[in-house]
Write a protein that binds this ligand. Structure first.
Ligand code: SF4
Length: 287
């Protein structure tokens, strides 16, 4: 299970990562990996480069985790790699293909793949040879089931949503066009932590998550950035989803004689405290 508001389940066939842009500065997964390593968790015993990663956060691929979704009978919304980035350079093409093969085998689930490695995502998923590799992996995992399914269903997979993280204008300008050029049934942005205003064309985007940063060292977030993104999303028919207003807002915003944080909402994640126009949590409809 997960406490992430916009999903129902996390699935981590890979773990570990390296910081790559300012949105990574206070990476929650990096801190969590260190804790999990200390607790002896088997998936988090591989250390990463201390300059960009950390204890327990070295990139690792977990064959035994790959098949987990096959056992989840009830349809769920699944966030792929909350503790990693599927398109990290250290993850092999073959392993990424296996991950897509499992997603192809389980159309009852909706998968949310979020990356900061937009270039590799675009080049791999646009490459017919890679799509062939997914097909081969499906046969390798279960030839009978693959034949029964008629091979790989349509491409892009209808049950896989692809997203990029966007923290500021610079990365919006780089990642959003790359996402637009990536074959996907649903394209989404995770603008969290958003650390500056965005002025961007959202055409071709189906879902826009926005949120302020939380935790130690959180950077400020201005609610107007969320209002602007909601308005921009409406223009193109994308679904907006406001996740949280962040720790700085929760500390500085007062209601009922004390701060929102003092009310117990340290992340600014309870919509009851927000301006009414920000209380929006929608999901993309059928593509
Ligand atoms: S890409 Fe994601 S998982 Fe990797 S370091 Fe950055 S925030 Fe953490």
């Amino acid at each position: 299970m997960t406490t992430i508001e916009w999903t129902e389940q996390t699935w981590n066939p890979t773990t570990g990562c390296d910081r790559i842009s300012p949105g990574c500065d206070n990476c929650y997964a990096l801190t969590m990996a260190k804790r999990l390593k200390g607790m002896g968790s088997a998936k988090y015993q591989n250390d990463g480069d201390p300059r960009t990663s950390g204890p327990g956060f070295g990139v690792a691929m977990h064959e035994d985790t790959l098949t987990e979704p096959l056992r989840w009978k009830k349809p769920r919304r699944v966030f792929v790699n909350s503790m990693s980035d599927l398109f990290h350079a250290k993850i092999t093409d073959e392993f990424i293909a296996k991950t897509f093969a499992i997603m192809a085998f389980t159309p009852r689930h909706t998968y949310q793949v979020l990356t900061k490695r937009h270039g590799r995502m675009r080049s791999l998923l646009s490459n017919p040879a890679f799509v062939d590799t997914i097909r081969e992996q499906m046969y390798a995992i279960d030839a009978y089931a693959t034949l029964a399914r008629g091979g790989l269903p349509t491409w892009p997979l209808p049950n896989v949503w692809l997203g990029v993280s966007v923290e500021d204008q610079k990365w919006a300008d780089l990642r959003i066009p790359a996402l637009r050029e990536t074959p996907a049934a649903v394209r989404f942005l995770s603008c969290e932590p958003l650390i500056g205003p965005l002025c961007t064309d959202l055409s071709g985007i189906n879902w826009v998550i926005v949120g302020g940063e939380s935790g130690p060292g959180a950077r400020p977030f201005t609610p107007a950035w969320a209002s602007d993104l909601i308005a921009d999303a409406r223009v193109v028919g994308a679904a907006p989803f406001v996740k949280q207003l962040g720790s700085v807002w929760a500390r500085d915003h007062h209601t009922g004689g004390k701060s929102v944080a003092a009310h117990g909402d340290t992340k600014g994640a309870d919509p009851a405290y927000w301006p009414a126009d920000l209380r929006v949590r929608e999901y993309p409809g059928a593509p």
